[in-house]
Structures are given as C-alpha cells and as structure tokens.
Write a protein that binds this ligand. Structure first.
Ligand SMILES: Cc1ncc(COP(=O)(O)O)c(C=O)c1O
Length: 621
C-alpha cells in the first residue's frame, strides 16, 4: 500500500494527494511541486517557506464560527472576542496577511514586549482589542496609555503587584497632562492551582512565572479600588500552557477562574466583564493514528468553555461575561510549509553498481552473491538469515586478515541489498525482526535546511512536525529514512523511529529532484529559530489565489546573503570585502590574469545565501 504520510490525520483537508503529488486543497489545487519549481526557476534555491493566507483565514473563521455556534447552542449572552499572540509569529509577511484576512472579525493582537506592542499599536485595526501581557516597566505601561489615547481598545494585564503600582503612578502622571484623559482597560492574570498538560504546562499552576495568587489578587483589588480604577478593571486572564493535549485541565481551570471572576464581581468589581482563557488550543502534529497528540476537537473545546462559564454565571447570579481567547498555535501553524531539497542519500554506496566482485572471490562472498541473485518472496526469510550469518563470518575473516577491503565492501553491499529487498518482499509479514532490521538499512537523506533554524522545537523539545515528499506519491516509498540537515551538528538529525517510521523514495538526486515538505511550521518556529552555523531564515513567499482560482507568488523575501548575515553579527562588512580583495591582490600564487576572475567569483558568492547549492555534479539545490 502506498503511504499517505498521515495527511488525513494532521492535514485538516488543507492538502491532498493527487496522483503523484501533494496539492493545495483550494481553488485550482496547484501542486506544491509546481509552486516550488516556479520559484526555483526564478533563481531562488535552497529551502523555501510557502505561506498560505487562505489557511490563516480558515483558522480565524473556524475559531469564531465554533464559538458563535456554541454561544447559540447554549444561549450564551456574552460576546466572543479573540486576539493573536504576537510571540507565536511576528514576521511581517505573516502579520500583514493575518490583518488582511481577519478584517471582518474585529480580531486583535496580543503583545508581550515593547517591540511587539509597537507592532500591535501600528497594525491592529482601531477598535479591535489589544491585550498586553508579560512583564512591563514604566515605559511599556506609558506606551499603553499613549495607545489608549490614540483611540485603541487596549487592556493591560497585571502580572504582579509591582506592575499595578506602576500603572497607578503612570495614571497619576497622565492625569496631570492636558487632553490625555483615557485610561487603558485593566486585566489581572490569575495564578491558578490547575496547570495544563504536556511540555508547555508550566505556564499554569502555583509555581508558574506569571499571575497573582489569591492573596495578591485581594491586595490588587484593594489597591485598584483605593485609586479609583475599578471602572477600568474589566478582565481576568489565565493561560495554562500551549499545546494542551487533553481537555480535562482546561475545564478545571475554567471552574477556578470562573469562581474567582464571580467573587471579584460580587465584591464590587462591577466593570468586570471578560474572562480571557489565554491560548493552549492544540494542533494535531501526528502522522500515525496511534500517536495522536490531542483528545478533543475545537467543537468540544468551545462547548466546554461556553458551558462551564455559563453554569458559574448562573449559579452565582451574575451576567455572562465576554469570552476572550489568545489562541496562537491553532491560528498560525497550518499556514506555512517548508520545502527543502534533498541533496544526497548517504547509503547510495550500497548499490549493485558499486560491487567490486573479483574473478575469484572468497567462497562466502560467492554464496552471498548467489543469495542476492536468487532472492524471491518464498525464500526471502531463509536467505535473509543466511546473509546475516555470512556477514558475521566475513567481518570476522576481515578482522583476522583473511579477506581484503574489497571483499568487506562487497559484503556490506550484498547484505544491505538482501535486507532491503527482503523487507520489501516480506512487507505484509512485518515481524519484530524485520522492523529491527529497518534500522540497519536506514537511508540518511541530507536535506538542504537547518533544523535549528526551521524546526527549533524538534531540536529543543522533540516536537514532531509532519513531513513527506511532495512528489512520487504514486510509487511506494521503501527506504526507512533518517533526515540530516546541513548544519555541522549531530543534533541536526531527525532519526528513523520504528514506532513512527518515515519511508522515503530511493531516488538518484543527481538525476531527479526530490523535495521534502515540513508542515505545521507556522507557529513559534520562525522566531525561535536560531542561526546555528549562520544559516538564516529561508526564502519565503506568500501564495495568494485570485477569483479565477489561479495562484500568484507574492512578497518574496530572499534568505539573507552571506555578507548581510555577517553584517548582522556586527562584523565590519567593508573590512571583510577589503581584506578579501587585498588577499587576492597580494597573493604570489595566483597569476595576475586570474585575479580579476577570482574577485568576480568571490563577489558572486558573497551575494548568495548560505544554504548549499550542490553536493554532487549535475544537481541544483
Ligand atoms: C499569555 C499567553 N497567551 C496565549 C499564548 C498562546 O498559546 P497557544 O499558542 O498555545 O495558543 C501564550 C503562549 O504561551 C501565552 O503565554
């Protein structure tokens, strides 16, 4: 059976397999291969990041639609509002597309630093909400006051009592200024005893970095009241951690937060009108149904949030508050796909054409060769065992000096070929033994990208991202594959796993281009990505579709060239250029007439990005 790489599990119908290729499941359904080749034909080589704005829109509208449906179903009176947390992806091509596609939703932005706040102030449509979380100093709080007086609908979330004192100080300073009269709305982040689940769970719970304990909350309430800011206090906020794999912790957190909300409201915080449930809505990254990452759907999530808050409001006799979310991963992850060319297959030396059989071979090699030639489905298991046995003997013979390097090489090739073919022949009878052997014949695919730059959560947290070839899907892929990136770091590897195997095609990349796609990379990866070995953000494009269904390639940003990378590291670009020139000029080895040519060659290299071009002759990457 051909592999569909679990596209029905993680793909959410965004991509489909059509004949041999992965295609965008939208409008004219172009293949990723066609889009990739189109960009590469313009001269852009190396890894490519494709952004699909229609997928951002799909996620935003799905989120709003599900919550509005749940509100209707439970006859919920409060509003539903949402903001995008900038920390998840601040890149301008993404944010500008997000603002463009979300116009009809009054969708806002969440900021966690001064720089993010500036993005929020300049990009959020007037009236759409801005929430400001994270640690803040006086300048950042003053920026919020300035934004409020520009007309923005901005909420400062208090993360600690010190911050509240600064808000009070800034407020009294602004009060004394003429015509600066608007005070931002205030939210309080509460420290719940419920925490989330999974690797990001420590954002919630008693020991979390953020939020006010019950004692601090009561103190904050008294301070807010004392300084006549109760009219501003309108939101309580919590966040129990990203990629929440189970729904139960959310329900617990909602009950806790709902009761805190109701208590403050009945205590006298009459302007309180919103519960912000933070992020955490998870994404299915798994390619195997037995490894699924989450146990709930968006429908269940929305139902639970609306129902639990409604119940608390009813029991406590208070109005149903607005519900706010700051979902980031759910909104951003699906919109981007990283496409990277395969540069080389490392066990291609184990090919029949590389055999160096002699006129007279050691008897065991002659036997191995005979096993290889006559291997078929009925004898595969027996011959495989014989081959493994012969290999042990031949390697011992080599260690004892009875056979030479050519014999040893022939042994390795023949055994590898026999294992590979036996696994293929015995495909429907995959015993433990065969699965173990897959590890022995793993193919190492060298791929033109950096895991540290493009999949940092794989490096740091072993977070899996769906990956598959974008072409040849009409052919069964049989090579158990390990992915190597091009960094000089052994952590730059996605190893083959028996419980979550990746099989790729046996291709000769000197003749045939072969690309891998990595999906769901749009959340967190782009800004967490690091320049290990000075590999920078890949060349990126927006793929938009017109009314006729045709796609266009827009807003192309090429990966930084080598000199710009060095410049950004604060190297003196001019010094490097001058020094290179000088070294060529002063060289006693290079002939005078060659010097100009070499200088031109160098200038060209410096203007190119740092990803690899080719590894082998006749190949373009
Ligand atoms: C306060 C806050 N809101 C929202 C988010 C976004 O979470 P997610 O991407 O899981 O939706 C985070 C992420 O950690 C956060 O800290």
């Amino acid at each position: 059976m051909k592999d569909n790489y679990g596209i029905h599990i993680w793909g959410d119908n965004n991509f489909i397999i059509k004949n041999s290729t992965v295609n965008v499941h939208y409008k004219n359904e172009p293949s990723l291969l066609e889009i990739t080749q189109n960009i590469r034909n313009k001269g852009y080589k190396g890894p490519l990041l494709l952004r699909f704005p229609h997928l951002i829109k799909k996620q935003i509208s799905t989120l709003y639609n599900e919550f509005n449906r749940a509100k209707k179903e439970f006859n919920y009176k409060g509003n539903f509002q949402a903001v995008f947390p900038l920390k998840v992806n601040q890149l301008p091509n993404f944010i500008n597309a997000l603002i463009e596609v979300s116009k009809e939703f009054n969708y806002g932005l969440e900021a966690g630093s001064k720089a993010e706040l500036l993005i929020a102030i300049t990009h959020t449509p007037m009236g759409a909400p801005i929430t400001v979380n994270g640690f803040k100093d006086k300048e950042m709080i003053s920026l919020c006051f300035i934004a409020a007086n520009m007309g923005h609908n901005i909420t400062i979330t208090i993360e600690g009592l010190g911050e509240l004192e600064t808000i009070i100080e800034v407020n009294s300073e602004f009060k004394n200024r003429e015509k600066i009269t608007v005070i931002p709305k205030i939210g309080v982040r509460i420290r719940l005893h419920s925490s989330g689940i999974g690797v990001w769970a420590k954002s919630g719970g008693y020991s979390s970095k953020f939020g006010l304990s019950s004692t601090e909350l009561l103190e904050a309430y008294d301070l807010i009241k004392k300084h006549n800011l109760l009219e501003q206090l309108w939101m309580i906020h919590f966040h129990i951690g990203s990629q929440m794999s189970e729904i139960a912790p959310l329900k617990k957190a909602l009950r806790e937060a709902g009761n805190i909300y109701a208590d403050l409201k009945t205590r006298g915080a009459t302007a309180l009108n919103a519960i912000n449930i933070g992020g955490g809505l998870a994404v299915e990254y798994s390619q195997q149904s037995h490894n699924k990452e989450l146990n709930y759907s968006l429908k269940e999530f929305a139902n639970d949030v609306v129902f639990v808050i409604k119940e608390i409001a009813k029991n406590k006799g208070i109005e149903e508050p607005d519900i706010f979310t700051e979902s980031g991963r759910f909104i951003a992850s699906s919109h981007s796909v990283l496409i990277a060319p395969v540069l080389e297959l490392f066990s291609q030396d184990y090919q029949e054409k590389s055999l160096r059989l002699k006129k007279k071979n050691p008897p065991l090699i002659t036997e191995l060769n005979a096993l290889w030639i006559s291997l078929n489905r009925s004898n595969a298991r027996e011959y495989l065992h014989d081959a493994l046995d012969h290999m042990e003997s031949l390697l011992t013979l080599f260690d004892l000096g009875y056979i030479d390097l050519e014999d040893r090489s022939n042994t390795e090739i023949l055994v590898n070929l026999i294992i590979k073919k036996s696994i293929l022949l015995l495909n429907n009878d995959a015993t433990k033994e065969l699965k173990k052997l897959q590890n022995k014949i793993q193919e190492r695919y060298l791929v033109n990208f950096s895991i540290f730059q493009s999949l940092p959560d794989f490096w740091g947290l072993q977070q899996h991202f769906p990956m598959m070839p974008i072409d040849k899907l009409d052919i069964k892929a049989t090579n158990p594959a390990t992915i190597w990136d091009i960094t000089c770091d052994s952590d730059g590897e996605i190893p083959f796993k028996n419980h979550a195997p990746l099989h790729l095609h046996d291709v000769d990349v000197t003749k045939d281009e072969y690309f891998l796609a990595f999906f769901l990379t749009g959340a967190y990866q782009e800004v967490l990505g690091m320049k290990h070995n000075l590999f920078t953000h890949p060349t990126e494009v927006l793929i938009n579709f017109d009314d006729k269904g045709h796609y266009s390639i827009e807003k192309l940003i090429e990966s930084q060239n080598i000199m710009d990378v060095l410049d950004e590291m604060n190297y003196d670009k001019k010094y490097i250029e001058k020094k290179l020139k000088y070294l060529i000029e002063k060289s006693n080895i290079i002939e005078q007439k060659e010097k100009i040519k070499l200088q031109e060659q160098l200038d060209f290299y410096l203007s190119e990005n740092s990803y690899l071009k080719t590894i082998q002759a006749n190949q373009t990457s």
